[in-house]
Design a protein around this ligand. Structure first.
Ligand code: 0L1
Ligand code: MG
Length: 260
């Protein structure tokens, strides 16, 4: 049982995000906090986004690659929600004041054109997918120095902060996505080199895991799913341009403007 209510913790996280500041991890105060508590706080946090006019457009899987799991010292993936306000158009230049301590990850996005409800297998999950494209995720922890436990980061909506979708959307039946080469560059320098196979061994395995994690909830047709990072996250600074190239899926990029 939490000492403070989930909505009080959600407000603390939301206030930190809006002020681009960070708080100490919740488990520093709430010793007995569980993963279920984390997801309850996440739901209260997302409800705050919706209450102020934002719209849920999809889900994200987090901690899907071995590199990410090692970076964070954990062994299981988590999930969060992505909203319209987090979307950055391909090629856009973004005000760095939007973020506190941004990092970027190379990902794939899957577009559901049918409802998906677990329990499911990767092969069954594939039948709900229409398109796939290259994607960049910007994560931003509301905890000082990205220091948290798994339950803390779940509460913080899996550090979701922004995402960019590549312009080349291909139908899943036209492209084999099990082992696509992925190269992420910052200002032309390769900072992350990986394969879509690093996304929980297969991006569709990540999708099936998401459906199973949210079960009995359904992932409705129209949902965008960020399948998870193929490499560890890399910090980005004002003025830098991030580019992702994915074999068969092309390029996507964005830039952080200089700090004014
Ligand atoms: O998308 C991710 O894999 C990030 C999940 C949360 C962990 C982090 O903030 O690095
Ligand atoms: Mg991610």
């Amino acid at each position: 049982m939490l000492e403070q209510s989930p909505s009080a913790w959600a407000k603390a996280l939301d206030d930190a995000a809006l002020a681009r500041t960070q708080i100490d991890k919740i488990t520093g105060t709430e010793n007995g906090m569980t993963m279920d508590d984390g997801y309850e706080i996440q739901r209260a946090l997302v409800a705050r986004y919706v209450d102020r006019g934002d719209t849920i457009v999809g889900r994200k899987m987090g901690l899907t690659s071995r590199a990410k799991m090692e970076q964070m010292g954990v062994h299981e993936p988590i999930h969060g929600v992505i909203t319209r306000a987090m979307h950055i158009s391909d090629g856009d230049a973004v005000d760095p004041k939007r973020f506190g301590q941004p990092r970027v990850e190379p990902e794939l996005a899957l577009f559901l054109d049918r409802d998906l409800c677990g329990p499911t297998t990767p092969a069954e999950a594939a039948r709900a997918v229409g398109g796939v494209c290259a994607a960049l995720e910007i994560i931003d922890s509301r905890y000082a120095n990205f220091s948290f436990t798994l339950a803390d980061v779940v509460a913080d909506n899996a550090s979701a902060a922004g995402f960019v979708l590549g312009p080349r959307v291909r139908h899943l039946s036209d492209v084999e996505i099990s082992n696509l080469g992925m190269v992420m560059e910052i200002d032309g320098l390769a900072v992350g080199i990986g394969s879509s196979a690093a996304i929980l061994d297969h991006p569709l395995r990540s999708l099936a895991a998401l459906a199973n994690l949210v079960y009995p909830a359904t992932l409705p047709a129209g949902t965008i799913v960020l399948a998870g990072g193929a490499t560890a996250a890399v910090a980005i600074k004002p003025g830098q341009r991030v580019t992702l190239r994915v074999a068969e899926l092309g390029m996507t990029q964005f830039q952080l403007l200089e700090m004014m």
